[in-house]
Ligand binder design. Structure first.
Ligand SMILES: CC(C)(COP(=O)(O)OP(=O)(O)OC[C@H]1O[C@@H](n2cnc3c(N)ncnc32)[C@H](O)[C@@H]1OP(=O)(O)O)[C@@H](O)C(=O)NCCC(=O)NCCS
Length: 138
């Protein structure tokens, strides 16, 4: 958990705290996550993670982050590919998520996977920034 929180703090202006993660993962019937280890000798050291909810046939991505030192090495592509494959195996037909309008890196990543803009949530984030809602048919 310590490494997850560290990556989260390094990645977001308004990071989730430990209880947010625990609450997210407690809902075992709907929560899904993929974590990638760093491959070093240090046990539990991770390079990134992705979290989602699976509700009926919809996968909703709630969090994705890669440690800053390991970015642009394909880790987010790996995490997202793995999660989408898992969801497709569970018969999910649709994937959605929200992303900050200003988050060019993440928007470019999702575009690569074929996500399309399906709406805008005005003032969605705590600081008032809008969210773009993206969708992908699986
Ligand atoms: C967005 C994020 C998860 C990408 O992780 P990553 O492991 O560096 O991404 P990848 O190496 O798999 O990159 C895949 C593609 O995403 C896009 N991308 C990633 N970082 C980018 C950047 N800084 N600028 C522009 N495009 C970027 C590119 O299309 C890239 O493909 P390319 O390297 O062949 O050009 C990472 O930058 C991050 O943790 N950011 C902070 C948290 C965040 O914004 N999470 C998403 C919330 S919706």
């Amino acid at each position: 958990m310590a490494y997850v929180l560290e990556i989260e703090r390094d990645s977001f202006s308004h990071p989730w705290n430990e209880s947010s993660f625990r609450e997210e993962l407690r809902r075992g019937e709907i929560s899904r996550c993929v974590v990638i280890e760093e491959g070093s000798e240090e046990p539990g050291l991770i390079a990134g993670f992705i979290l989602a909810w699976m509700v009926a046939d919809e996968l909703h991505i709630t969090n994705l982050a890669v440690t800053p030192e390991m970015r642009r090495k394909g880790i987010a592509v790996f995490l997202l590919t793995h999660l989408l494959d898992m969801a497709a195996e569970e018969a999910a037909t649709w994937c959605t998520l929200e992303v900050r309008v200003s988050n060019a890196a993440a928007r470019s990543l999702y575009k690569r996977f074929g996500f399309r803009e399906v709406g805008v949530r005005e003032g969605y984030y705590i600081d008032g920034e809008d969210a773009v809602v993206l969708g992908l048919a699986l």
